[in-house]
Each structure stands twice: as structure tokens, then as C-alpha cells.
Design a binder for this molecule. Sequence first.
Ligand code: 3HC
Length: 284
Amino acid sequence: MSIERSAVIGGGLMGAGIAEVLAKAGQDVIVSEVGEEAVAAGRARIGKSLDKAVAKGKLSAEDRDAALGRLRFTTDIGDLADRQLVIEAASENEDVKKAIFADLDRVVTDAHAILASNTSSMPIIRFAQATSRPERVLGVHFFNPAPVQPLVEIVSSVLTDPDVSRTMTGFVAEVLGKTPIQAGDRPGFIVNALLIPYLCSAMRMLESGFATKEDIDAGMVGGCAHPMGPIALADLVGLDTCLFAAESMYAETGDPAVKPPVLLSRMVDAGLLGVKSGRGFYEY
Ligand code: 3HC
């Protein structure tokens, strides 16, 4: 099956990045959002990132314009009827995501279409069960910033058709030029099963007064060659996303390593979400 028409649900941090990756790879892309304000924000996010790619010498101005020409936005999910691949990248709320999958099941007409979720840690099977075609549903998890990070986790539920996983794996590698890895439908898959406990530990270290955020970050950058430290990384991921991931992993596993730190909850309550809101642990 050759995938040429794709869509992304949500033009936020991850959705915009994924839509950009798809458009640069030659896909005809529709981004579905909830309202005109969100459409404008998503469009601006993609435009800014493509401009940065041009400024960094990663993309020609012609290729940027061509990618923009392949992108459309809609506030009507019914416009996704003819899509062969839809990647859901809405906020990390299980009920919202289930409702989106039920809508997609209703509107996407191609029985061979693949319905994917970019969830960071929620069970794929629950979204699959919101549809009448659970074998066509899987996780396709990108990393922030999606245009830069090479990895994509392919997450098969117990009901995903192995042909669907194979098709997505081939698409990610050959069409998107990214590196696919296979993960089971378990809390946090591979990367967040390791990353979320690490970020929570760093926040607990900060919360306890044991070290400053600057020293925690400098420790992991200078001591372990990470491109950024865990406090800055949490700000980049989005503190709301970190909290939702920790909450969903904690609910399923009861592992104290992913028990959301109180500090993280308070930051989110305060609307301090990190880079995307202009202030998290640091100011942007
Ligand atoms: N388009 C294309 N390429 C771009 C780009 C863009 N918009 N922006 C930057 N780049 C390229 C640059 O050209 C550069 O390439 P080079 O190394 O070949 O020269 C490279 O990306 C790095 O760019 P910069 O040096 O300019 O640094 P930035 O400040 O722009 O970005 C960073 C830095 C890429 C964010 C880097 O600090 C990094 O990789 N940090 C770690 C991010 C990370 O760990 N992400 C995973 C989060 S976990 C997640 O998302 C999962 C979720 O479920 C929680």
C-alpha cells in the first residue's frame, strides 16, 4: 500500500512537527484542529520551524514553499474522509483521544487506512477499541522537536495487524527517513518508560533543595553528554505533557518512580507549561 494522503489531528507542539515532517516527505497533508485560533497557531508553528530549517541550511526556500503548498488546515474532521493515514496528536487526555478515534472510524472511508496515535504513554488498545477496526490502529510516537529527532516508536497493540506495523515501519524509514523501533503497548513504551522516571527524579531533586536547576542540568550536559539537562528538557517536552505521561504511567503501574512530583502538578496548575507557554522552570 502506497501512502500519499495523510492527516494529523492537532496542530500543537507535536502535531505541527509531525505535519511538517509529512509535508517535507511529499505527503498531501491535512491538519485538523478545533477552531480558527488553533489553526492559526499551528500554521505559524510550522512556518516558523520551516523558516528555521532554511536558515540552518537544512532545507531550500523552494522546498519550504513546496512543503507549505502540500499542507491544508481544517476544523471539520469530515474533511479527512479520503486519508490513507491519520496520526492523532491531540492533548494527552484519554477521553478526548477515544472520541477522536470514534470520529475517525466514522469519517475515514478507506478500509485500509491506518489510524495512529502519537500518545506518549497511553494504552493504544483503548483507542483501537473506540473503533470498529482495531487491527488498523497502532502507536506512532515521534519525539520533540519532530523535524529534528530521528526516532519514531512503532507501538503495536495486541490487536494490531502485523501488516499494519510493517507498512508503518517501512513508511517511517523509507518515506520519512526516520529510524523506527518496535515497542510493546506498555506504559511509556520504550523511551518514556526510561525518560519519565528520570525527569521526575530531577524534579524531586530540585524540589528537595538538594541542587539548583542550573546545576542539575549542567550535571547531565557536562557529565553525561546529553544535549540538554532534564529540567530544560521537561520544559521543552511541556510540563503538562510530562504530568499527563507520569499520571497515566503511575495509574497503571503504581511505580513510585513515576509518581508525579508535587512541584510538577503545581507548575501545571499555575499555567507554567515550559517553552510553549513562555515560562516553565526557566523563562523563554
Ligand atoms: N528543522 C530542521 N532542522 C533543525 C531545526 C528545524 N526546525 N531546528 C534545528 N535543526 C537542526 C540544526 O540545524 C542542528 O543540526 P546539526 O546538528 O546538523 O547542525 C540541530 O537540529 C540542532 O539545532 P541547534 O544546534 O540550533 O539547537 P536548537 O536549540 O535549535 O535545538 C535541540 C536543540 C534539537 C532541541 C537539542 O537540544 C536536543 O536534541 N535536545 C534534546 C531533545 C530531546 O531529548 N527530545 C526528546 C524529548 S522526549 C519526547 O518528545 C517524547 C514525549 O512523549 C515526552
